[in-house]
Ligand binder design. Structure first.
Ligand SMILES: [Zn+2]
Length: 100
C-alpha cells in the first residue's frame, strides 16, 4: 500500500537570515547530532532543540495520517507539503496541490 504521506525531510539551512549556508546532504537520521551545532560559516545554530522537536512532531503527525484508512478514489488528491523551520520552534507549512 502506498503511504498517504511520504516525507522527504533532509538538509539543514542556517537559521541566520543573512547567511546562505545550506547542507543538503544531511539526512533526517543525522539531525539529532546537529542540535546546536554552529554553522561553519557564521556560527549561528544550524538546528535548535525547538526546531528538532517540531520535526519530531511533524513525523508523528505523518505517521498518524498514514495510519488512517485508504482514501476513497474521489479524495485521492495529491499535495506537496513543505515545512520551513526558522530556529524559533515555529513551523511554516505550505501545501501545494498537484496533478499526477
Ligand atoms: Zn550561517
Amino acid at each position: 500500500m502506498e503511504n498517504g504521506i511520504t516525507t522527504v525531510i533532509s538538509g539543514l539551512k542556517c537559521d541566520n537570515l543573512s547567511c546562505d549556508y545550506q547542507d543538503d546532504s544531511i539526512k533526517l537520521e543525522q539531525y539529532e547530532s546537529y542540535i546546536n551545532e554552529p554553522c561553519p560559516k557564521c556560527g549561528s545554530p544550524l538546528l535548535t532543540k525547538e526546531d528538532y522537536i517540531q520535526v519530531q512532531k511533524i513525523l508523528s503527525l505523518v505517521d498518524l495520517v498514514n495510519a488512517l484508512p485508504d482514501p476513497t478514489e474521489e479524495s485521492k488528491e495529491k499535495a506537496k507539503i513543505s515545512f520551513e523551520l526558522n530556529g524559533a520552534g515555529t513551523v511554516n507549512m505550505k501545501v501545494e496541490k498537484y496533478e499526477d
